[in-house]
Design a protein around this ligand. Structure first.
Ligand code: UDP
Length: 349
């Protein structure tokens, strides 16, 4: 699969998924212009990316820019022609979105309107969008197929769902738009080198960054939210997917978008098709790190689903893509990153 000669515009390119995806795009021959507003990332990410990109580092360009900044976006699109946009930029903390709905709607929704207006102005109508399985709400059946009912249960989830709705409306209004909605399950892990990974700012909301900090001795114990779920060990089940698999999924998605004139707006799940419980993830991380992960069982967290995993047939059929890494690989690579950079991108060099 080659993206040789293709120029890709990436928003949120210094984020966890964005940074790994940019590297994989370069490996497949693309050139990349990435932007990020640095609200939840570090300039140092780009230094790490350059190191990993090696002799392909000159094929990527970074501009500090917010998707709400129409003037700067316009200048970038005036200078360069892009074959496709991958849109990662957005706020993503469910709890925070409850406290700051306007910020979430402004950044995620309004920002996307502005990006789309600029794309339309410059006749770049190919888009791969970073969506989430959050659009399925509390799913009633697993595995979750793309035709499962859509329902958001948080302001964050609604921003994703509204963006999806807008993309669907846009594709109906103008057949030239080609939009792939990638609905991610639970991305974890790190670059296998350990030189690129996730750096959550503040107290992590998600399970694996929290487990990592307990293993590093930075937090005393993990709270396991609920052990009375109807699952084999009583803890909730999720479909954890390696960030490198996800990155490869984006390359396949761009190839598919460029090759399919009548794509319209199509949703595709990116997951492994396998679920793991919270206790299984603790065990896997202990195995990979050789560290004890202390935990306490506490009440369920409001708004959590019992079990979530993806139906992967659409991705296999439409993209020819399948995840390769298992949960042990994800933990191994995440530990490589954590042990090398215990303070993430703030670790002194
Ligand atoms: N979880 C937990 N303790 C934590 C964070 C998460 O037990 O400190 C559980 C959570 O209840 C869920 C799973 O881990 O069952 C994955 O949670 P995460 O927030 O990472 O992802 P999401 O809930 O969005 O799937």
């Amino acid at each position: 699969m080659s993206l040789a000669g293709k120029n890709i515009f990436v928003t949120g390119g210094l984020g966890f998924i964005g940074s790994h995806t940019v590297l994989v795009l370069l490996e497949h021959g693309a050139t990349v212009h990435l932007i990020d507003n640095m609200s939840n990332s570090f300039e140092r990410v780009f230094e790490h990316m350059k190191k990993l990109a090696g002799d392909k580092a000159d094929k990527m360009k970074f501009t500090k820019c917010d998707i709400n900044d129409k003037e700067t976006l316009t200048k970038i699109f005036e200078k360069e022609t892009f074959d496709c946009v991958i849109h990662f930029a957005g706020y993503k903390a469910v709890g925070e979105s409850v406290d700051k709905p306007l910020e979430y709607y402004h950044n995620n929704f309004v920002g996307t309107v502005i990006l789309l207006e600029v794309m339309r102005q410059f006749k770049c109508k190919n888009m791969v969008f970073s969506s989430s399985c959050t659009v399925y709400g509390l799913p009633e059946e697993v595995p979750i197929t793309e035709s499962a009912p859509l329902k958001a249960i948080s302001p964050y989830g609604r921003t994703k769902l509204f963006q999806e709705d807008m993309f669907r409306d846009l594709a109906v209004s103008d057949k030239e738009w080609r939009i792939l909605l990638l609905r991610y399950f639970n991305p974890i892990g790190a670059h296998p080198s350990g030189d690129l990974g996730e750096h959550p700012v503040g107290i992590p909301n998600n399970l694996m960054p929290y487990i990592q900090q307990v293993a590093l001795g930075q937090r005393e114990f993990l709270r396991v939210f609920g052990n009375d779920y109807p699952t084999p060990d009583g803890t909730a089940v999720r479909d954890y997917i390696h960030v490198m698999d996800l990155a490869e999924g984006h390359v396949s998605a761009v190839v598919k978008t460029l090759a399919t004139p009548d794509l319209g707006c199509t949703p595709i799940n990116l997951g492994t098709g396998t679920g793991s419980s919270v206790l299984e993830m603790i065990k896997a991380f202990e195995g990979a790190s050789g560290k004890k992960v202390e935990y306490r069982l506490v009440d369920r967290r409001a708004g959590d689903s019992v079990a979530v995993w993806a139906a992967t047939e659409t991705a296999e059929k439409q993209l020819g893509w399948k995840s390769k890494y298992n949960v042990d690989d994800m933990c191994k690579h995440q530990w490589a990153w954590a042990s090398k950079y215990p303070q993430g991108y703030e670790t002194p060099l």
